[in-house]
Ligand binder design. Sequence first.
Ligand SMILES: *Cc1c(COP(=O)(O)O)cnc(C)c1O
Length: 540
Amino acid sequence: MTTSTQQLPRVAYFCMEFGLDNSFASYSGGLGILAGDHLKAAHDAKVPLVGIGIRWKQGYHDQALDEEGRPYDCYRARTYPFLIDTGITVTVPIRKASVVCKVWKVDCFGNVPLYLLDTDVPENGNRWITGQLYGWFGEERVAQELVLGVGGIKLLKALGFEPDVYHFNEGHAALAGLELIRQEMEKGRSFHDAWRATREKIVFTTHTPVPAGNETHPHELLAYMGGQLGLSVEQMHEIGGTPFNMTIAGLRLCRGANAVAQLHGETAREMWAGVDNRPEIVAITNGVHNPTWQAPEIVEALPRPERVWDAHQALKRRTIDLIAERSGVRFDTDTLLIGFSRRAATYKRSDLIFADESVIGPLLRDRKVQIVFSGKAHPLDEGGKAIIHSLTKMMKRYPESVVFLVNYDMEIGANLTRGCDIWLNNPRRPMEACGTSGMKAAMNGVLNLSILDGWWPEACKHGVNGWQISDESVLASTEEQDKRDAASLYKILVESVIPTYYGDKAAWQRMMVNSIESTQELFSADRMIREYYERLYTRG
Ligand SMILES: *Cc1c(COP(=O)(O)O)cnc(C)c1O
């Protein structure tokens, strides 16, 4: 940081999920991991930031497979010995009841505490609002967003923490903006004056080009739940449109907004071009927290290719051990290992590599490649669950070369992004906002083989530090795009990846070093937090 800590704006960072540690099941995927890395980087940079979130009683679901290989979700209550009871409670009016929210603190980051709101207290008729992360829709989701937004603002007041900046990380927190407007109006300001004053303190990050990821609520539902916070339907419409769109609200409630990769910036600007009365959407590419995700032995081995290779092979053995423990299948250390683990959302096309079995089948049977998959589907995403089922069928067809690890989490994520040889990513461009697992892989020398989507266009030097699948064009028909991308994936796999891996070890090792050196600073959470301070938190 260029300025001293005293002068830096104090930031309250709101997010529905935080992925801090594997033992803390309060994240579902990329958004939460990013929020966790944001706090860790803020801690390392010694900046005045606090996190605001929810203490989820059951967290995100565990994943299990039935006999036919179909995934299903399991929930269990979780206890976390490291949560500190602050003794603070705040109340949030929901469905005409005063819902009591207990405030917990996670103190692992010293200067960067995380405060979590919890409705599981005896005073409440409904203790389950903070039960399951993304477990319900409709009423319960609005209730959760009231707890995060309104409860979050009240908790900051109770703490005596006066933020210079409220950062809404994704639309879930937008109701916090309405609460701030309500408080300004209570002081006698008009709606528009209150809105103008509030907006000066809010910044907003949008995270997804997938329409379903941009939540809307009917005005009637918000009114019934208490989500209008004293505003009229007309005023609500002015902020969030009709139905009330949490992303549009976020954009209109803030003075600065950003997308999470350069390409996502272009996509988001196009997507929200019709929304007036909002700031321009800039792009701040995500980063990952190096100490969490990058193996120290890889860093120590730099810049010598053979030493990086040796460190990598040791990490690969650990990955092979993990796969054996979890699945009973022992992969081979000298066979090319492809990793693909990410949320099972349809646009990510997890099963694209099986598009033509006449190509991939022989490679798997002859043990030229082995593939490890992992990933959970959103509880209500039947399409995502069907994809997982199709992967587990492939595991049965190629039992020695394809494995699906259930219950993708930070432990599996960290292990696979260190120990695979190739990190495969083949989303339907431009639907992947960022794709931070690819950054983790890249800075461990795991070579990315990826569609030019999310962060990858910013980093990819084809054949130098990884490979690109297809080019930057987007076809009118998704079927055609799927076909073209599968063909390109096979071509690069067969003509470049496999021959290099088995035929030119020196070239492969050089690519590993290039991969690490071209990403470890550029895509670090340190760089990211610096950019947030310079471009969004600090007034220009
Ligand atoms: C890094 C990480 C993610 C996000 O990665 P994507 O590339 O966006 O899928 C999700 N889940 C876990 C467990 C991770 O470690």
